[in-house]
Design a protein around this ligand. Structure first.
Ligand SMILES: Nc1nc2c(ncn2[C@@H]2O[C@H](COP(=O)(O)OP(=O)(O)O)[C@@H](O)[C@H]2O)c(=O)[nH]1
Ligand SMILES: [Mg+2]
Length: 239
């Protein structure tokens, strides 16, 4: 079997309404660019049958399905997906069609051409953006970014859309509290500063409900604290 160029890890919970469109759009975008992908759906036994649907799609598309038995949030599912990824380059994205698959070939090229080891699908660089957000959502998103400013120069440090050369995992333990695996890679990953933000326009989820709430906010704050301690520890060791 030919090794894929790129593994796309998609954590899912109740995404039956979105998964087919997502798989088709990913496959079309990458086929046109001549990139061979593996689509790894990591599902926490969704009651709406997401995993069964994804398994059906595997007859026609390069889909693999990994079923977890308990619902633990996207973080552990993403880590399992990364661990199982066969390709040298991995990408993580939401299943809800808020992350445009059409930019995947551009993100991949940045890594292939050696311009980046980690690429962030970014709402906060020129050309990027979000669909209309209500003021308090904008405020919380801004607050979350400001709190993490000390950790990384990346503008969109909470983005859940990122691609990386798996080399950056060497010598680091990636195990975030919560779901911000991308932020953990920005801070702890062995990327030598080769981090590029690629603009995306983030859309509202196409169907279904967001699973994010206060629990995730608390986990994010704990995660920021842990990463801050990690960073201070590293700075002290370098002295
Ligand atoms: N495997 C797994 N995936 C999850 C879980 N909760 C959310 N997800 C997926 O993680 C991604 C992000 O969740 P989402 O609800 O879109 O969060 P939001 O984008 O912050 O509103 C989506 O693809 C979800 O289906 C979970 O408990 N397990
Ligand atoms: Mg989402």
């Amino acid at each position: 079997m030919n090794r894929p160029d790129l593994t796309i890890v998609i954590p899912t919970y109740n995404e039956a309404k979105n998964i087919e469109t997502l798989v088709i759009r990913i496959h079309d975008a990458l086929r046109q660019a001549g990139v061979k992908e593996d689509i790894m759906v990591v599902d926490d036994s969704s009651p709406d049958g997401t995993a069964a649907l994804a398994t059906e799609l595997a007859a026609k598309y390069p889909v693999k399905v990994y079923i977890r038995t308990s619902r633990e949030g996207p973080g552990p599912a993403i880590l399992d997906g990364i661990r199982l990824a066969d390709a040298p380059v991995a990408c993580v994205m939401d299943a809800d069609l808020s992350h445009p698959p059409e930019v995947l070939p551009h993100m991949f090229q940045l890594i292939k051409q050696g311009k980046a080891l980690l690429v962030i699908g970014s709402r906060h660089v020129s050309g990027g953006g979000t669909s209309k957000w209500i003021w308090y959502r904008k405020f919380f998103s801004w607050g979350a970014r400001m709190l993490g400013r000390f950790l990384t120069p990346v503008n969109d440090l909470t983005s859940g859309y990122f691609m990386f050369d798996k080399k950056i995992l060497q010598g680091t333990e990636i195990d975030p509290i919560g779901c911000k695996v991308g932020l953990e890679l920005m801070v702890k990953g062995n990327h030598q500063g080769k981090v590029v933000e690629y603009p995306i326009v983030f859309l509202e989820r196409a169907a279904g409900e967001s699973k994010m709430g206060w629990r995730e906010t608390r986990q994010y704050l704990q995660h920021l604290l842990n990463l801050s301690l990690y960073k201070v520890g590293r700075l002290l060791r370098l002295k």
